[in-house]
Design a binder for this molecule. Structure first.
Ligand code: CAA
Length: 381
């Protein structure tokens, strides 16, 4: 596979790097501390075309490929993993799902605004009793004339508070498993739809995560996305793409951990010499570099397959499983290299470790990725 980047891709990478350093880096430690959503910066990301990168220009997206999206995501995640997940959910879960499966009216009404960053989207699948076992949901939509009446509780919704539109998965028929799941486009203004408190998280504290409550919430029939009962497959197929985004978020965290470690190993002196001269530190740096590059290659392979319209679910799961482990390991080693200075907030490296952890959990835990990979292998794929 040829991974030479085009002039356009290099420009996207440079633009994202400059944006991240100029607009996200200042204040990132404070936003983490206060669990503050980067509203201004998300608006700017929309203006730069980063909120609907893979959506055609006809629907107000940037019309780019998945590799370009990964390049921008990595740069943003290096500096602020919270901003990266806000971007990832809007791009690869919300916009992508609407683009692939929405009706023309739904695309004109919602996708154009979501892809241009005028609106922010959320994707709501999990419920308190159904996380990894995603089809075991209870939220129910009952049709009543020209609308559905929705009742239930969803949780772990990224962008849940700040979003304007939620793609909601719920049952339209009970007792038939995943074949009873449908998807609805729910606007924040719809009556009897409310959000819970912002979760107080270990990491990615700048992004908001909350529960959603539906108590006889009326949603017009035209807001059903796809066929009744077809929602679960659409959600899983969309998550395959989402996993490339989360893998790239993890890659950004790992790459930043490596960069910070190299910088510190050159400047920090102990026993009369830079700590980078010690074999124990060199081994850590070398291992981090190998793993960061390997993660990037797995991600680019999955992205390339997706762009070529070839099956990529197994490869996306491999990329996410591996990159999230690399992020966890590299950020932990980074804190170790910084020693006591790594353990305090001001240095900003303990945040990398806290932010890394979620990449092993959301959009399918590492264990679920292994299940997806193993099932594909056993099926001869
Ligand atoms: N794409 C499309 N269809 C798929 C699919 C895919 N990747 N994987 C499976 N399917 C289809 C199957 O073919 C099957 O259809 P048929 O019955 O017609 O054959 C159907 O979907 C059900 O598949 P399974 O029987 O394999 O389903 P399962 O119940 O065993 O679950 C699972 C499979 C892989 C464990 C799945 O439930 C899963 O991925 N769980 C993790 C859920 C997850 O990632 N949650 C993240 C929440 S979203 C989030 O984190 C968002 C955020 O805010 C950041």
């Amino acid at each position: 596979m040829d991974f030479n980047l085009t002039e356009e891709q290099l420009l996207i990478q440079k633009t994202a790097r400059e944006f991240a350093n100029d607009q996200l880096r200042p204040g990132v430690i404070e936003r983490d501390e206060k669990a503050e959503f980067p509203a201004e910066q998300v608006k700017m990301m929309g203006e730069l075309g980063f909120m609907g990168m893979m959506i055609p220009e006809a629907y107000s997206g940037a019309g780019l490929d998945t590799i370009s999206y990964c390049l921008a995501m990595e740069e943003i995640a290096k500096v602020d993993a919270s901003a990266a997940v806000i971007m990832s959910v809007n791009n690869s879960l919300v916009c992508q799902l609407l683009y692939q499966f929405g009706s023309e009216n739904q695309k004109q009404k919602y996708l154009t605004k979501l892809a241009s960053g005028q609106l922010l989207g959320a994707f709501s699948l999990s419920e308190p009793q159904s996380g990894s076992d995603a089809s075991n949901m209870r939220t129910f939509a009952k049709q009543d004339g020209d609308h559905y009446v929705i009742n239930g509780t969803k949780n772990w919704v990224t962008n849940g508070i700040s979003s304007d539109v939620v793609l909601l998965m719920c049952l339209t028929e009970k007792g038939i498993g995943h074949k009873g799941i449908s998807i609805f486009i729910v606007e924040k203004g719809f009556e009897e739809f409310s959000t819970g408190k912002k979760e107080n998280k270990l990491g990615i504290r700048g992004s908001d995560t909350c529960e959603l409550y539906f108590e006889d919430c009326k949603v017009p029939v035209e807001n059903r996305l796809g066929d009744e009962g077809g929602g679960f497959k659409i959600a899983l197929g969309t998550l395959d793409g989402g996993r490339i985004g989360v893998a790239t978020q993890a890659l950004g965290i790992a790459a930043e951990s490596l960069a910070r470690s190299v910088e510190y190993a050159n400047e920090r002196k102990q026993f009369g010499t830079a700590i980078g001269n010690f074999g124990s530190i060199q081994t850590k740096l070398a291992q981090m570099a190998i793993h960061v590059d390997a993660a990037r290659l797995l991600i680019y392979r999955a992205a390339r397959l997706k762009d070529e319209d070839k099956p990529f679910a197994k490869e996306a799961a491999m990329a996410k499983n591996f990159a999230s482990k690399v992020a966890m390991d590299a950020s932990t080693q980074c804190v170790q290299i910084f020693g006591g200075y790594g353990y305090i907030r001001e240095t900003g490296v303990e945040r990398l470790m806290r932010d890394a952890k979620i990449t092993q959990i959301y959009e399918g835990t590492s264990e679920i990725q292994e299940l997806v990979i193993a099932r594909a292998l056993l099926a001869g794929k």
